[in-house]
Write a protein that binds this ligand. Structure first.
Ligand code: 5AD
Ligand code: SF4
Length: 495
C-alpha cells in the first residue's frame, strides 16, 4: 500500500504495469464551481469512456466516484470536506469502490486532503487530468497517489476526440478551452494559485477541435479561459504569434466563425483590461458572435478596485460598455460583483449600485467577500461585518431584480432565435431554451414532434417577461430555415 506520495515523473509510467481496470467499472462525477470545472468533468468523462468505464447518474450504482472541487470561496471548499465525511459510508458499503478528488481544492491543498481522509484513494490537480486513467490503475492495486504539479506543457490541452458514447451536457453547444490560468493576481482571488500561470493554446489545435465538433453537429461554441480575452496577448505584444501559433483573441473569434456549421460563439470570462478595440469591433463584424458579454465589474468604487488590484477604473469599465453599445446597441451585459471587500464603506457600495444602474446590467452574480489562503487581501484592514455584507448583498440583488425586469420587459414584442434545451421545470409541454442574449426563454412546444429536439433553434416572439426568464411563442411552426442537414432540405421541399 502506498502512502500518498506525490509521484514525481510520469505517473503513466510509474503505474503502467498495473492491471487494467475492470471494463465494467461504472463511474460518477460530482462537479462544483465554474464552467471550466464543468468542462474538466466533460474531459474526464471522455477520458474514462475511452478507458472502457461507463457513466452512471446514480452514485449508488458507481464503483468509482470523483469529486471535482471548487475553492473560489470558503463555502465551496468546505463542501468537499463535508462530502468526504459523508462518503465514508458510500465507500464502506461496497468493497473495491474507488474515491478520487480533483479540481481546485485538490490543487490548493494537495496531499493534506489525502492524509486527512484515509478512505480517499487518489487526488489530482487542475493540470493533471490526463493522468487520471493511470492513477486509477494504481488505485485498483491499492496505491494512494496524489499528482498536483503545474505544467507549462501544451500537451495539457490534448485530449482524445469525443468517444462515440460521449454525450455532451447540451446537444449542439460545446465548451472549448482556448487558454488556461491567470496572471492577474487580484488581491482576493485564489485562481492564480489553483489554476496556475496563464497559457494560450495554439490556434490550430483550437480550430481543429472546433472543426471536429462542428462535424458532430455542434453549432454553438462557448470559449473558455480564466481571462479568456487575454488569449495570445503576450505573443501579440512580442510579435511572435506566427512562431508560437497563437493570434489575438478577436482574430481567433473571426477564424472560428468561418467554420461551416458554427452559427453562435460565446466566451467567458473576459477581463476589462484586455477588452481592446479589436474585440469591440468583432462584436460589430462577426455575425455569429452573440450579443451578450459577461464582464466582471467586482466593484463600482475606484478605491476598492485599486485595493482589489483589478487594474482598471470605473471610467475604463463604463467606456467598454459604451463602446459595445455603440457597435451593438442591443448587446446584453452581465457581471460579477463582490460586496464587503475589506475597506468597503457605504459610499463605495453606493457607487457600485450607481454603476450597476448606469451599465444597466441584464444580470449579475453577486458574492460576499470570502477570505482565501495566500491572497494579498488578507493583509488589508477594514473588515466588513457579516451582517453589513448580508445587507449589502440583499440591496444589490434588489437593484439587479429591478434592472433585469426592466431589461426583460423591453424585450416584449421582439422576434428572436431560441436554442431549445429541453423541458422546463414546469413540464407539461413547456420547454426552455436560450436566446442569443443568453436569456432563458420558456415556451410551449408541440409534443411528439421530431422537429423540436433539444439543440434545435426555433424562431420565437417574446410575449411576456418575468424577473427570471422570458416567455416566448413559436413564430414559425416548421422553422425550416433553422434545421440542419437533410431534414431541413426535406421540409423545404414539402413546403
Ligand atoms: N470572495 C468572494 N467572491 C470571489 N470571487 C472570486 N474570489 C472571491 C472571493 N475571495 C468572485 C468574483 C469572480 C467570481 C467568479 O467569483 O466575483 O468574478
Ligand atoms: Fe481571479 Fe482576477 Fe484572475 Fe479573475 S482575473 S481569475 S478574479 S485573479
Amino acid at each position: 500500500m502506498g502512502v500518498g506520495l506525490d509521484i514525481q515523473g510520469d505517473v503513466a509510467e510509474a503505474v503502467a504495469q498495473a492491471a487494467t481496470p475492470n471494463a465494467l467499472c461504472r463511474f460518477a462525477i460530482r462537479t462544483y464551481g465554474c464552467q471550466m470545472n464543468v468542462h474538466d468533468t466533460e474531459k474526464l468523462t471522455n477520458l474514462l469512456l475511452h478507458e472502457g468505464y461507463s457513466p452512471v447518474a446514480d452514485e449508488e450504482q458507481a464503483d468509482l466516484l470523483v469529486i471535482n472541487t471548487c475553492s473560489i470561496r470558503e463555502k465551496a471548499e468546505n463542501q468537499l470536506y463535508s462530502d468526504l465525511g459523508k462518503l465514508r459510508e458510500w465507500k464502506a458499503r461496497q468493497p473495491g469502490r474507488i474515491l478520487g478528488v480533483g479540481g481546485c481544492v485538490a490543487q490548493q491543498e494537495g496531499q493534506t486532503v489525502l492524509r486527512r481522509f484515509k478512505h480517499l484513494d487518489f487526488l489530482f490537480g487542475t493540470h493533471n487530468l490526463r493522468v487520471v486513467p493511470a492513477m486509477l490503475r494504481a488505485a485498483a492495486q491499492g496505491e494512494r497517489l496524489s499528482r498536483t504539479e503545474e505544467t507549462r506543457s501544451l500537451k495539457r490541452f490534448d485530449f482524445p476526440e469525443r468517444h462515440p458514447a460521449y454525450t455532451g451536457l447540451q446537444p449542439s453547444r460545446a465548451y472549448l478551452t482556448v487558454m488556461e490560468g491567470c496572471d492577474m493576481f487580484c488581491s482576493y482571488c485564489i485562481v492564480p494559485k489553483t489554476r496556475g500561470r496563464e497559457i494560450s493554446r495554439p490556434a490550430e489545435s483550437i480550430l481543429a477541435e472546433a472543426r471536429h465538433l462542428a462535424e458532430q453537429g455542434i453549432e454553438e461554441l462557448i470559449l473558455l479561459g480564466q481571462t479568456v480575452n487575454a488569449y495570445g496577448r503576450h505573443d501579440v505584444k512580442r510579435g511572435r504569434t506566427e512562431s508560437v501559433g497563437t493570434m489575438s483573441f478577436a482574430a481567433l473569434l473571426g477564424r472560428l466563425a468561418e467554420i461551416p456549421g458554427i452559427n453562435q460563439l460565446r466566451y467567458t470570462s473576459p477581463h476589462p483590461l484586455f477588452f481592446d478595440d479589436e474585440l469591440i469591433e468583432a462584436h460589430r463584424d462577426i455575425e455569429a458572435l452573440c450579443p451578450h458579454v459577461h464582464l466582471p465589474l467586482q466593484s463600482g468604487s475606484d478605491s476598492i478596485l485599486e485595493s482589489m488590484k483589478r487594474r482598471y477604473s470605473v471610467r475604463d469599465y463604463l467606456e467598454i460598455v459604451t463602446n459595445l453599445r455603440r457597435v451593438r446597441p442591443d448587446i446584453n451585459i452581465s457581471t460579477d460583483v463582490i460586496v464587503g471587500f475589506p475597506g468597503e464603506q457605504e459610499d463605495d457600495f453606493e457607487a457600485t449600485l450607481a454603476v450597476m444602474r448606469e451599465a444597466a446590467f441584464v444580470d449579475s452574480f453577486s458574492f460576499k467577500y470570502s477570505e482565501r489562503p495566500d491572497t494579498t487581501a488578507l493583509d488589508l484592514s477594514g473588515a466588513v461585518a457579516p451582517s453589513v455584507m448580508q445587507e449589502r448583498l440583499e440591496r444589490l440583488q434588489d437593484v439587479q431584480r429591478e434592472l433585469t425586469l426592466r431589461a426583460h420587459g423591453s424585450r416584449i414584442g421582439d422576434e428572436t432565435l431560441v436554442r431549445l434545451e429541453g423541458e422546463s421545470r414546469k413540464g407539461q409541454g413547456q420547454w426552455r431554451g436560450r436566446d442569443p442574449y443568453h436569456r432563458v426563454v420558456n415556451l410551449d412546444v408541440p409534443a411528439n414532434n421530431e422537429i423540436y429536439a433539444p439543440g434545435t433553434r426555433v424562431a420565437v416572439e417574446i410575449v411576456d417577461a418575468t424577473p427570471h426568464s422570458l416567455i416566448g411563442e413559436l413564430k414559425d411552426r416548421l422553422n425550416t430555415g433553422y434545421l440542419a442537414g437533410n431534414l431541413a432540405q426535406e421540409l423545404l421541399t414539402i413546403v
